[in-house]
Design a protein around this ligand. Structure first.
Ligand SMILES: [Zn+2]
Length: 113
């Protein structure tokens, strides 16, 4: 389950940042997760429970914000939300358009004390 590893590294840097800021506890972690990141939100919750054990984030809540997929077509200079995984432009039907948003797996902010 790769979510655990991904969550572990996110939490590692969160803990590091919190300690640098002089915090003693992480109360909450807010994350941005892209719809095309390949991460399953349900397993994220589980991964968080595993990763936070024994850290200063032990009692922290997790909030995830789902970021929708946005593509860009260079032909039409158009940004669009793809209907499927082909990322096809709705105007010129060019496939595999550039993914501008939706692969996020990142820390948005921390609630520390
Ligand atoms: Zn196009």
């Amino acid at each position: 389950m790769h979510e655990v590893g991904m969550m572990q590294s996110i939490l590692d840097s969160a803990v590091e940042r919190a300690i640098q800021e002089g915090a003693h506890h992480i109360n909450g972690v807010h994350m941005r997760v892209g719809a095309a990141s390949g991460v399953v939100p349900d397993s994220l919750e589980f991964a968080f429970e595993v990763a936070k054990k024994g850290t200063i984030a032990e009692n922290a809540w997790l909030q995830t914000e789902l970021v929708p997929v946005v593509c860009y077509c260079a032909n039409c200079d158009l940004e669009f939300q793809p209907v499927d995984l082909l990322y096809e432009c709705p105007q010129c039907h060019q496939p595999n358009c550039e993914l501008r948003q939706g692969k996020e797996f990142e820390l948005a902010f921390l609630d520390v004390s």
